[in-house]
Ligand binder design. Structure first.
Ligand code: NAP
Length: 257
């Protein structure tokens, strides 16, 4: 435990289980002394999230399905009552229909397209707007999670790649809006990590072994490595950085083939 973020508070959206990237972020922030609130999407995940979060005493655990605006309102009302202010938001949420994470992209349905964008991209804006009154003027930081499929064609990533492109553009617009109010907004582009969400992408295991073969570091990354980048982006050492995407992918994104 260190004291880098002592006295700071944060909220983390997207812990499903101990493999979640959001959990990697939570561990890094908690070890630096930040007090945390967590959300879970529905009753299905409540117990596993509560059991996990018990490892970080003093944390809040709240329900929030980001397709329900009243639940997002409720989360920030509770955080205002319990914490009084907020320094950090970690947005690690994504969803697309499983049958649209395989095959031809042109078969994406309108419903599937809208759902992927609502959960995976629009939710960052919906959350940031509600976080603003609690974060304004505190040199706060908002961090989201993205993937290389936003800028390159990655087989089977399909509609999620389009949603991640929208998410990364949202980061830039939010950074421009919120910078004058003392809030930075950045994305981490993580290499593939075996999580619940990743298991929905067809042939995910093939992708990880390809990366281990050709990435400069000749391996995949862990959620702890992403968590430590999140710690950097939420702490004072990144105070000059906003509106950007940082890759935590063992260098894979620089390779030509
Ligand atoms: P994860 O553990 O499955 O986390 C995704 C979370 O999003 C889950 O808690 C999921 O809940 C939640 N979610 C889905 N729909 C939601 C909704 N309507 N409202 C609120 N929460 C909702 O997977 P992860 O891989 O750590 O994903 C975290 C982020 O990292 C995502 O943005 C993902 O795209 C990104 N990312 C992942 C990888 C990777 O290889 N794993 C690489 C780069 C970026 P449910 O389980 O109920 O759906």
């Amino acid at each position: 435990m260190n004291t880098l973020l002592e006295g700071k508070t944060g909220i983390i959206f997207g812990v499903a289980n101990k493999r979640s990237i959001a959990w990697g972020c939570a561990k890094s922030l908690a070890q630096a002394g930040m007090r945390l609130a967590f959300t879970y999407v529905d009753e299905r995940l409540e117990k596993s999230v509560r059991d996990l979060v018990a490892e970080i005493p003093g944390s809040l655990v709240l329900p929030c399905d980001v397709t329900k605006p009243e639940e997002i309102d409720e989360v920030f009302e509770t955080v205002r009552e319990e914490f009084g202010y907020l320094d950090t938001v970690v947005h690690a949420i994504a969803f697309a229909k499983r049958d649209e994470l395989q095959g031809d992209f042109f078969n994406t349905t309108k419903d599937g397209y809208m759902l992927a964008h609502e959960v995976s991209a629009y939710s960052l804006t919906a959350i940031s707007r509600r976080a603003l009154p609690l974060m304004e003027g505190r040199e706060g930081s908002i961090v989201t999670l993205t993937y290389l499929g936003s800028e390159r064609v990655v087989p089977n990533y399909n509609v999620m790649g389009i949603a991640k492109a929208a998410l990364e553009a949202s980061v830039r617009y939010l950074a421009a809006d919120l910078g004058p109010r003392g809030i930075r907004v950045n994305a981490i582009s993580a290499g593939p990590i075996r999580t619940l969400a990743a298991s929905g992408v067809k042939d995910f295991a093939d992708m990880t072994s390809h990366i281990a073969d050709i990435a400069p570091l000749r391996r995949n990354v862990t959620s702890e490595e992403v968590g430590d980048c999140c710690l950097f982006l939420c702490g004072p050492h990144s105070r000059g950085i906003t509106g950007t995407t940082i890759f935590v992918d063992a260098g894979f994104h620089i390779m030509g083939g």
